[in-house]
Ligand binder design. Structure first.
Ligand SMILES: N[C@@H](CCC[C@H](N)C(=O)O)C(=O)O
Length: 274
C-alpha cells in the first residue's frame, strides 16, 4: 500500500489514496501506522476518496485510530496532495469532510511549502453542538476544578470541539496534565481538544494544543481558528491575527462570519506499507 507523509507546521499525517473506498482500516491498524516507533509515525491518517458532492473527499483519523470530522493542518496537506497529483486541476476547489463542504485555495509555492488558504466556515458556539453537557447559550468563560485548581475555559466547535485556556506562562503551565484531564472531562461526551494560549498583542497570540486522540502536537489548525474566534468574540484581538504555535505560524482572517486559515503544507516522503 502506497502512502505519502506530509505535514503542516509539524502536525504530520500519512495520506493514502482510497479511490475505490475499499480500504477498511481498523483503529488498531491506523494507530499502528501512526506509531512513532512501530509504524511510519504521524499525528493522523488521511484517506483520499472520491466525492459526489465536492471535487474530492477527505476522511480523517487521529493517531489513536479515532475518526475526527475535520483537521485544519490536514486539510491543507490534503489540498496540496490532490492538486500536486492531478486529482484536481483547479487552484480553488471544494473538499467533502465529515464537518461539511470546505473550500480551499492553493495560493503559492514557497520553497518546499505550498501555501494554502482554507475557508473553515462558521464557528458554532452552541454547547449542544460542541457537544457539551451544559444548558447555556454558549460556553464562554466556564469554570472547572482540576485537583482543586480553578480552570477558566471557553469551548466552541470548529468542525471539531475545542476548549481554550488563557495562561500566564505557556512554558511553565502543566499543559499535559490539564490537557489530558479536560479532554476526558464528563462535560464533553465526545471529548475535547484543549488549547493553551498567551495573548502577545491584538494581532498575535501564542498557543499550544493538546489534541483529542493524539496528545501534544506542534500545531493545530482548527485550534488556531478556535483561539482566534473566541478572542474576537471577547474583543481581545483584531483580524487578521497571527497564531504562533510550536511548529510555526498560522494567519487567521475573518470574512464576515467565516474564518479563513492560511498556512503551509509540505510533502516529506513517500513509501510502501508492508
Ligand atoms: N490537528 C488537527 C485536528 C485533528 C482532529 C483533532 N485531534 C480531533 O480529534 O478533534 C488540526 O490541525 O485541526
Amino acid at each position: 500500500m502506497k502512502f505519502t507523509k506530509m505535514h503542516g507546521l509539524g502536525n504530520d499525517f500519512v495520506l493514502i489514496e482510497d479511490r475505490e473506498e475499499k480500504l477498511n482500516l481498523t483503529p488498531k491498524q491506523i494507530s499502528h501506522i501512526c506509531h512513532r516507533h512501530l509504524g511510519v509515525g504521524a499525528d493522523g491518517l488521511i484517506l483520499i476518496q472520491p466525492s459526489n458532492k465536492c471535487a474530492v473527499k477527505m476522511v480523517f483519523y487521529n493517531q489513536d485510530g479515532s475518526r475526527a470530522a475535520m483537521c485544519g493542518n490536514g486539510v491543507r496537506c490534503f489540498a496540496k496532495y490532490v492538486y500536486d497529483h492531478g486529482i484536481v486541476q483547479e487552484t480553488c476547489f471544494s473538499i467533502e469532510t465529515r464537518a461539511g463542504k470546505t473550500n480551499v485555495k492553493i495560493i503559492e509555492q514557497k520553497n518546499a511549502d505550498t501555501i494554502v488558504q482554507v475557508n473553515m466556515g462558521k464557528v458554532d458556539y452552541n454547547p449542544s453542538n460542541i457537544p457539551m453537557n451544559i444548558d447555556k447559550k454558549d460556553a464562554l468563560d466556564e469554570v472547572v476544578y482540576i485537583n482543586n485548581q480553578e480552570i477558566v475555559f471557553s469551548s466552541v466547535l470548529v468542525g471539531v470541539p475545542h476548549s481554550i485556556i488563557e495562561v500566564d506562562h505557556l512554558e511553565t503551565y502543566p499543559v499535559e496534565r490539564i490537557g489530558r484531564t479536560l479532554e476526558n472531562h464528563p462535560l464533553f461526551p465526545e471529548k475535547t481538544n484543549v488549547n493553551f494560549i498567551e495573548i502577545v498583542n491584538r494581532k498575535e497570540v501564542r498557543g499550544v494544543t493538546w489534541e483529542r486522540g493524539v496528545g501534544l502536537t506542534l500545531a493545530c489548525g482548527t485550534g488556531a481558528c478556535a483561539i482566534a474566534a473566541v478572542l474576537k468574540e471577547k474583543r481581545r484581538i483584531d483580524s487578521p491575527v497571527r497564531v504562533h504555535l510550536p511548529g510555526g505560524t498560522l494567519e487567521i482572517n475573518f470574512a464576515g462570519e467565516h474564518i479563513l486559515m492560511t498556512g503551509p503544507a509540505e510533502e516529506v516522503f513517500t513509501g510502501n506499507l508492508s
